[in-house]
Ligand binder design. Structure first.
Ligand SMILES: [Zn+2]
Ligand SMILES: [Zn+2]
Length: 329
């Protein structure tokens, strides 16, 4: 026999449900309001703090835009490159610390690295940095001065402007580098332009800027186009014309990313970006031309890499199972 629920009971349970929902929504709204307020507070106080630190920095080192623009940029390239690069070269040369070897993407390669090859690579890198980057920064500085387009350095950019500029740089760099890199692999250009960079099938960190001068100049384009003002117009359309600090951060990030991509190590640490894709590019030369693989996916140039990663995962899984069963024996 079917028991009929009295209508009053049904209304009471619906009311209870609605009031619980309202109560929960009020808590969530209150919490989100608090979070937004805290975030705004944090945003404002960090901006004030950064601004006061920047003024102190200018008082200490002076506000001469030549030194800030040219030599500030040179330092933002050389310090991260040679700082992080030397740590990796040290580890490769001494194969130390031992525990790090298990993170090598191509185990057994560069263990230890050939020191003569390292010196030869470092020489080419230094030529590119001192005979191309430094003069180009000078040219850019004087063009900016002539065009009266040097940004005002006295105040830092807002954090919103900083992140917006960096996001635009990243997108243009990603797209530009993918197509420039594919062009460098064109049979008519490869031998003369890009082959030198691929002399290292298993790269080490400082190989990032080991290239012919032509390749170096071609690669500089996507990194620099959005970061510099348009050279050909006196007060014309600036692409971004960022603050000097944005430029320093951008160059430092680009060089740290390049060092990581060529390091030859994959660290499975939280949020640590993988170097597998570019390492695979050096191994095979015919896939993974981009940095984030978004365009590789679009053009199907990541197929071989996906197969390789699936096989690698399978092998690692099998090894893990064998290890566990050996322990249990
Ligand atoms: Zn490379
Ligand atoms: Zn290549």
């Amino acid at each position: 026999m079917e028991l009929k629920q009295p209508p009053g009971r049904w209304i009471r349970s619906s009311l209870r449900f609605v009031s619980a929902l309202l109560f929960l929504s009020a808590i969530i709204y209150g919490q989100s309001f608090l979070i937004v307020q805290c975030w705004q507070q944090f945003w404002i106080s960090s901006s004030v703090l950064f601004q006061s630190q920047w003024r102190k920095f200018l008082q200490l080192f002076g506000d001469d835009d030549y030194y800030l623009y040219v030599w500030g940029c040179v330092l933002s390239i050389l310090v991260p490159f040679w700082g992080a690069g030397s740590i990796f070269v040290f580890m490769d040369y001494y194969s130390w610390p031992k525990w790090i070897l298990k993170y090598k993407i191509q185990p057994g390669t560069n263990e230890p690295v050939d020191f003569r090859k390292v010196i030869q690579t470092a020489k080419v890198v230094l030529i590119n940095q001192w005979f191309l980057t430094v003069p180009l920064l000078h040219i850019n500085y004087y063009v900016k001065k002539m065009n009266h387009t040097m940004p005002d350095f006295s105040e830092l950019p807002t954090l919103q402007r900083l992140f917006f500029d960096l996001a635009v740089f990243l997108v243009i760099d990603e797209v530009g580098l993918y197509y420039v890199h594919r062009l460098q692999h064109h049979p008519k250009l490869y031998a003369a332009v890009h082959k030198k960079h691929h002399e290292w099938n298993a790269p080490i960190a400082i190989v990032f800027t080991y290239s012919t001068q032509m390749e170096y100049l071609m690669t500089l384009l996507p990194v620099n186009i959005p970061a510099k003002n348009c050279l050909w117009f006196r007060k014309g359309p600036h692409i971004m014309n960022p603050h000097i600090v944005t430029l320093w951060i951008w160059y430092a990030l680009v060089h740290l990313r390049g060092i990581k991509n060529h390091s030859g190590y994959h660290f499975p640490w939280f949020m640590w970006p993988s170097a597998h894709a570019h390492d695979f590019h050096h191994m095979t030369s015919n896939s993974c031309f981009g940095k984030s693989l978004v365009l590789d996916r679009l053009h199907g140039t990541d197929k071989a890499f996906r197969v390789y990663m699936a096989r690698k995962k399978e092998t690692e899984e099998q090894e893990r199972v064998t290890q566990i069963s050996n322990k249990l024996k």
